[in-house]
Design a protein around this ligand. Structure first.
Ligand SMILES: [Zn+2]
Length: 111
């Protein structure tokens, strides 16, 4: 007798990019809005066996290229869930250049 059950391990291999593109929706302003892991905490995460990586770093490395050492990726559209590489810029973290007081003020502004 034939079984309908197919072990997913024996199914067709899905590429990382295919898995990635299934985890965002494109908004009207062109943002790729992450709806996968970490979306509720505004920390898009993507599983790249055997680790979880920040989805924006994966997107940058995959679509643009290596992330310069010591630099972080920021969304120019200010959308924390956006994983569209066209909306990214990479630069050195700004916080180490700020004084403690400036950091405190930034936190207060964010509240
Ligand atoms: Zn965006």
């Amino acid at each position: 007798m034939k079984t309908l059950y197919v072990n997913p391990r024996n199914g067709p291999k899905v590429s990382e990019e295919e898995r990635f593109t299934a985890k965002y929706i494109i908004t009207r302003n062109g943002c790729w809005l992450w709806v996968g892991g970490g979306a509720k905490r505004f920390e898009p995460r993507f599983w790249v066996s055997p680790v979880m990586v920040p989805a924006i770093r994966w997107s940058y490395a995959h679509y643009i290229g290596d992330i310069p050492i010591g630099e972080n990726i920021y969304q120019t559209c200010d959308n924390k869930l956006c994983v569209n590489p066209d909306h990214f810029c990479s630069m050195k973290p700004i916080y180490p250049m700020l004084t403690d007081e400036e950091i405190r003020n930034r936190k207060l502004e964010a509240i």
